[in-house]
Design a protein around this ligand. Sequence first.
Ligand code: URA
Length: 215
Amino acid sequence: MAPRRPDPPDVLLALPPDAPLDEVAQAARHCTNCPLYRNATMTVFGEGPAPAPLMLVGEQPGDKEDLQGHPFVGPAGRVLDRALADAGVDRGAAYVTNAVKHFKWKPAGKVRLHQKPSAGEVGACRPWLVAEIERVDPRVLVVMGATAAQSLLGPSFRVTRHRGEWVDHGLDEVAPGARVTATIHPSAVLRSDDRDAAYASLVDDLRFAATALAS
Ligand code: URA
């Protein structure tokens, strides 16, 4: 039996079903659906045009994103920006968000060390991601890394096996007509022993995603 999905956040349920994206984003600032809000500076919601032809989903805000309140503005964001540019994609035309909207971290001396969100935390945040997808209505949805894949494609999906191809996604109710593809998370480039190869493969996957935007 599939595990039961956590209930949607109360502050999302309180909105009318057709609430616009900016109202959804405002409501997300008050989300307490999992414990992560307690140690985060603020909710980091997605940004970009809605509707948008392209939507990119990462894991969760990092240290810089948590302090500034915007997705992908730190080191991983710089990798993403460069990779999008090299793939011929305008970030300004894409909607960029994360599977989890609060930074999960643990203290390590003076730094805040990133912690992977649990399946429960990913599930608790999923209704926000679904609400974004419904309003952005992308033609192409790019899932970046294992956490975003876990949220949207299920825990058995393997990014390394299925990256750079169209995925049979089962998200038809959420994203009718969207084509879905997966790639590595931009921070995986920074952690790789062979950064050049990892970066080139990220660009290749983004270029592949962009092929469906050209047609
Ligand atoms: N990593 C992510 O997954 N998202 C961000 O916004 C920043 C780093």
